[in-house]
Design a protein around this ligand. Structure first.
Ligand code: PEP
Length: 249
């Protein structure tokens, strides 16, 4: 069976004090052992986060990575650097990166490759805008974003990925996809993965992201093709994030 993942994307939020709160809350509270929990703080907090979560089951993730190994890329961070700080997962293709930082499919692929080459697990984010949904293009957009990466990887690399379906209209808006809407897209993604290779469809974990909260997580996570959540806003509150972890466990 697929182990659920609950991942908290702090975006450009948080502080050393928040990290300390999370460190305490997550080392003291019993987390369900049947799930993986990942926190993705901003880069400067990674070293402290590695320490803060040492006594807990929480794993570390990063919010982006530069495709290059090293060199004159002011302000950027490479996969091998992330690895040195205990990072296990990295987001690629988050909609904020695609729009605000103009990362297109080839930039997303380059980042996924760099992560894989350093032994990090890419969490590939895909999702349609409201306009695309209303035009009936949800599946073609989402599957196209997936193919742009998976089509260029080998079979072993594809199996390493985690995919997060995040409808852009649901991110940070408080407007969540209904469990039925989310399940429909997740099922289409899984079917598409089966077409690559049967085992791929069975094994790849598909997370839902987009205003997942303590009070809607259980229903979303109960869907057969939803294997966890990528959480933004609600990952900044220890109680809410813990409640979501328990809804997955
Ligand atoms: C996200 O940024 O990936 C996200 C899902 O944010 P939120 O939960 O705030 O919608």
């Amino acid at each position: 069976m697929r182990t659920p993942i609950i991942a908290g994307n702090w975006k450009m939020n948080g502080s050393l004090a928040l990290l300390e709160d999370f460190g305490h809350a997550f080392s003291e509270a019993a987390l369900p052992e049947s799930i993986e929990v990942v926190i993705l703080p901003p880069f400067p907090y990674l070293a402290n986060a590695d320490e803060a979560f040492e006594a807990s089951l929480v794993q570390l993730g990063a919010q982006t990575v530069n495709p290059e190994e090293q060199g004159a890329f002011t302000g950027e961070v490479s996969a091998s650097m992330l690895k040195e700080f205990g990072v296990r997962f990295v987001l690629v293709g988050h909609s904020e990166r695609r729009t605000l930082f103009r990362e297109d499919d080839s930039a997303v692929l380059a980042r996924a490759r760099a992560a894989l080459n350093s032994g990090l697990t890419p969490i590939l984010c895909v999702g349609e805008t409201l306009e695309e949904r209303e035009a009936g293009r949800t599946e073609s957009i989402v599957l196209g974003q997936i193919d742009a990466v998976l089509g260029e990887l080998d079979s072993q690399q594809r199996r390493e990925l985690v995919i997060a379906y995040e409808p852009v209209w649901a991110i940070g808006t408080g407007r969540t996809a209904t469990p039925e809407q989310a399940q429909q897209v997740h099922a289409a993604i899984r079917q598409h993965l089966h077409a690559y290779e049967h085992e791929l469809g069975n094994g790849v974990r598909l997370l839902y992201g987009g205003s997942m909260k303590a009070d809607n997580a259980a229903q979303l996570l109960a869907q057969p093709d939803i294997d966890g959540g990528l959480i933004g806003g609600a990952s900044l509150k220890t109680d809410d994030f813990l409640a979501i972890c328990h809804a997955a466990g």
